[in-house]
Ligand binder design. Structure first.
Ligand code: TXD
Length: 323
């Protein structure tokens, strides 16, 4: 009897491709595999990087006891037949840099990645993570021409998780008791909605002073920048990868939940032809439903300002793709 035989590698029936094996991409690959959710193909243009990360993750398989295969590659052909494609490729923010500074470089990277990956996985659902998020999600959809319900951007889950964390820290309660909602663009004009944030069913407006809520909201708006400033190189990746992992889990397991994602709007909230963070139901079809919540005049004004900024950047990005 051979006590040292290798654990057989059982392939999962689903496959997720992650484009960009940087901080977010590699951490997401780890989360997906270690949660035993799906096989993962990790793609990057840097030779050896995705292969090295994939091998490292596979060497932990017997310790973490999961059954998912992680493969690293520089060849899009290896991504064939993926159920979900996640784009994290691009350059990350450096201190003092806004998300919109990333616009033109990432526009080229994201549109190329979306087109190449969909060539090999024409039925895949596309989740965009690269910043500036709402613009990149639009470009990925526009330049591939796939059904808009199959395209979504990850930001609302993260922004909501950040606000959830700050409320939990303030009230000294577990984050699981706290439900938050942050709409709008993934930027300084995001729209946290305290009226819709609850602690075990109680609106936070009943539990905290206006000034405390405003402080936590401002910290949420600056949540990405706060981490960029602390890290000095690169941006957040643990919570972003957890957020994307949750979206993948809901889609693959067909266990829809209401959460915020950048979804294509066709009249909802009075907005048209852009991707913006709104509450949706995600399922195996992608964005299965967009929910419209009532907004006050002030909230509507913030959402409109957010939409306007996204639409202006879409124009700049589309023009830059023709240069
Ligand atoms: O909430 C959100 N959506 C975000 C978004 C939260 C965190 C990070 N956010 C953005 O994700 C961030 O501003 C970046 O635009 C992306 C990726 O962030 P990450 O921290 O992972 O950046 P890295 O570590 O620099 O990784 C980027 C990788 C790197 O390995 C490059 O070699 C690769 O992208 N890259 C490419 N891969 C494939 N194809 C092309 N063309 C390419 N260009 C660069």
């Amino acid at each position: 009897m051979n006590f040292y035989s290798h654990t057989p590698i059982i392939c999962k029936s689903s496959q997720v491709t992650i484009i960009g094996a940087g901080k977010v991409g590699s951490t997401l690959a780890q989360r997906l595999a270690e949660k035993d959710l799906t096989d993962v193909v990790l793609f990057d243009i840097v030779e050896g990087l995705p292969q090295g990360i994939a091998l490292d993750l596979m060497e932990a398989q017997g310790l973490e006891l999961h059954n998912c295969k992680v493969k690293g590659t520089n060849d899009y052909a290896d991504t064939v037949g993926s159920n979900i494609i996640i784009i994290t490729a691009g350059i990350a923010r450096k201190p003092g840099m806004t998300r919109d500074d990333l616009l033109k470089t990432n526009a080229k990277i994201v549109t190329h990645a979306a087109q190449k990956a969909l060539e090999y996985s024409p039925n895949a659902i596309l989740i965009v993570i690269t910043n500036p998020l709402d613009v990149m999600t639009y470009l990925a959809w526009k330049t591939t021409g796939i059904d808009s319900r199959r395209v979504m951007g990850m930001a609302g889950v993260l922004d909501s998780a950040r606000l959830q964390t700050f409320i939990a820290m303030e009230l000294n309660l577990p984050p699981s008791d706290i439900h938050t909602m942050v709409l709008g663009g993934h930027g300084d004009l995001m729209l946290p909605l305290p009226r819709y944030c609850t602690v075990s069913g109680m609106p936070i407006t009943e539990l905290m002073s206006e000034s405390t809520i405003e402080r936590l909201i401002e910290r949420t708006r600056q949540g990405g920048a706060e981490i960029v400033k602390l890290l000095k190189t690169g941006s957040a990746y643990f919570a972003p990868s957890s957020s994307a992992c949750l979206m993948v889990e809901m889609i693959l397991k067909q266990q829809p939940r209401l959460l915020t994602a950048a979804a294509y709007l066709q009249g909802e909230y009075g907005l048209n032809d852009l991707f913006l963070g709104v509450p949706c139901r995600l399922g195996c079809q992608g964005v299965e439903n967009v929910f419209e919540v009532n907004l006050t005049q002030a909230e509507k004004a913030t959402l409109n300002a957010s939409a306007q900024s996204v639409q202006e950047n879409i124009k700049i990005a589309l023009a830059s793709l023709k240069e």
